[in-house]
Design a binder for this molecule. Structure first.
Ligand code: BGC
Length: 426
């Protein structure tokens, strides 16, 4: 066995991407705007809300020992201040199902989607959101904390700044009439920038009708520096309340991190990007129990800034480079400044040929193993994703999963990569 006995090997999902019918969320509204930037709506997604037991059993049968999933705030608090006990019980069942199958549950409290009412109240640029998030975290922890060892407060808390940077680049590229599509491959999440630009003229009116503001501040919106800090203050508020209730729960946040590589002359660009993506958050996370590392690819910089993928590079369905070595590089880099425990809370690849996924996992985990051997406290690896699912604006065509899902019948078919990942616990 490559890893210590207690090392967590698992897979991750997010509620909105797999559960289905998340009707009280901001995303649901945005997916159904007449000029939506979404390729298709999430609909019943993978119906994981009803089929979680089958999914967790497949994960466990393959030998995986951890499952990272998210609790949906819009289900728990569909209207401001109205908490739904039956939804808490649903998540209690999911957690118990994990345990009954020998799987460690790792819960995320916010994975991009928020209740629509929160956005009507100013969303992720409004000071009041800190208190709303604290109250939600307190409610969930009071009810379910006794069953949990790990909580990720917020998924990819740095996404807003990454999107702001992309939006700047995209505008520039559009102005230069460059091939706009290639901008999408520079962010580690499914976004349809071209469609967004086309729809912009309608979006303001339709958003105003849905959210009472032409520019709703959802979690995945371009963020101001104040909004950026607000997200981390919300994390700190949630962490404080979780720790007060259950001091033994390990609490962390997760960050989307690229392997930023400088070619000669690109050093200052790469440094600035690393500072924006990671370093400036250190004061907010320094005392956390762990940091969630999420990585998918690398970005290179030259004398004029960010470079396109190297000539001839293998691209994933997401249009970014197939480069599993990025994970090891990011872990080593993070460890230079963050000395606490690390958990790889997401790492994966969207490909149609599953043998490329096996190869990706093999190379990524070889990197993790080498970090562990060197004494870096990496405590787990969660592959993204357990199953093919709703890749946000890009819809269902991106296949990241270890399990294939037939969209018509919801039938599950485990891929070879699921069994391969399971061999790491044996
Ligand atoms: C997100 C996931 C997403 C994945 C693949 C991460 O940015 O946390 O929700 O599906 O990357 O793009």
């Amino acid at each position: 066995m490559a890893f210590p006995q207690e090392f967590l090997i698992g897979a991750a999902t997010a509620a909105h991407q797999v559960e289905g019918n998340n009707i009280n969320s901001d995303y649901w509204l945005q997916e159904h705007l007449p000029h939506s930037s979404f390729t298709e709506p999430s609909g019943e997604a993978c119906d994981h809300y009803h089929r979680y037991e089958e999914d967790i059993k497949l994960l466990a049968a393959a030998g995986l020992n951890a499952y990272r999933f998210s609790i949906e705030w819009a289900r728990i608090e569909p209207e401001e201040g109205k908490f739904d006990e039956t939804e808490v019980e649903h998540y209690r069942d999911v957690i118990r199902c994990c345990k009954a199958n020998g799987v460690e549950p790792i819960v995320t409290l916010l994975h991009f989607t928020s209740p629509a009412w929160l956005i009507r109240k100013g969303g992720w640029e409004a000071e009041s959101t800190i208190e709303y998030f604290r109250r939600y975290a307190a409610y969930v922890t009071e009810k379910l904390g006794g069953e949990l060892n790990y909580i990720c407060t917020i998924n990819e808390a740095n996404m807003g700044l990454q999107l702001a940077a992309i939006a700047r680049r995209f505008t520039l590229m559009a102005q230069q009439a460059a091939k706009a599509k290639s901008a999408e491959g520079t962010v580690q999440v499914g976004m349809n920038f071209e469609k967004m630009m086309e729809n912009m003229k309608f979006a303001a009116i339709e958003n105003a009708q849905a959210f009472g503001t032409p520019q709703p501040q959802i979690f995945v919106s371009s963020r101001t520096p104040e909004g950026d800090a607000l997200v981390f203050r919300a994390h700190q508020a949630a962490k404080e309340v979780i720790k007060a209730l259950y001091p033994n729960i390990k609490v962390g946040i997760t960050l989307s991190m690229h392997d930023l590589q400088a070619l000669p002359g690109g050093e200052s660009f790469a440094e600035a990007a690393w500072d924006e993506e990671f370093k400036h958050y250190l004061p907010f996370v320094a005392d956390d129990d762990f940091l969630g590392v999420q990585n998918y690819t690398r970005t290179q910089y030259g004398t004029a800034g960010q470079l396109p993928c190297p000539e001839g590079a293998e691209l994933t369905q997401m249009d970014y480079e197939f480069y599993p070595e990025a994970l090891e590089h990011v872990i080593r880099r993070v460890h230079e400044d963050f000395k606490g425990d690390l958990i790889v809370t997401e790492n994966g690849v969207a490909v149609s040929d599953d043998s490329r996924r096996v190869e990706f996992i093999r190379r990524a985990l070889a990197g993790v193993e080498s970090c562990v051997k060197d004494g870096i406290p990496v405590k787990g690896y969660m592959y993204w994703s357990l199953m093919d699912n709703f890749e946000w604006q890009k819809g269902f065509s991106m296949t990241f999963g270890l399990i294939a899902v037939d969209r018509a019948t919801q039938m599950r078919t485990p891929k070879e990569s699921l069994a391969f990942l399971g061999t790491y616990t044996k």
